[in-house]
Design a protein around this ligand. Sequence first.
Ligand code: DQA
Length: 143
Amino acid sequence: MVKRVLVINGPNLNLLGMREKDIYGVETLEDIARRVVAEAEALNMDVDFVQSNHEGEIIDKIHFARGRYDAIIINPGAYTHYSIAIRDAIKAVEIPTVEVHLSNIHAREEFRSKSVIAPVCIGQICGFGGNGYILALSAVSML
Ligand code: DQA
């Protein structure tokens, strides 16, 4: 059976490639999306790749995923550290979710090491740049 996966990117990730390159690298979100789509095909998965700068829109996308996707991969950006609303949405839809970050959030400012999202996810992948999304797809393919 083909697995359906929704990849959600949060605020400021549309600026990848020009934003804090020393931390996030030079790959754009479009570059990452292309790699994710190619890898998903190889793994026999259907993937949709979206980005929003708005908390409510991200929550709507998570709600929309219910009954339509088998797994979610999410990089919630800065919402990672304080959005109880996104956490509650993930918990509510009961879809296996993997949290991804380009940077190693545990090796940066202290406020970034706390994720309010991680406890409702099956796991967290961080510190591998855009490859983290590919690792997350691989993790989801084993579910
Ligand atoms: C990020 C880490 C967050 O702390 C930050 O706010 C981001 C990007 C990452 O992918 O490394 O916007 O989620």
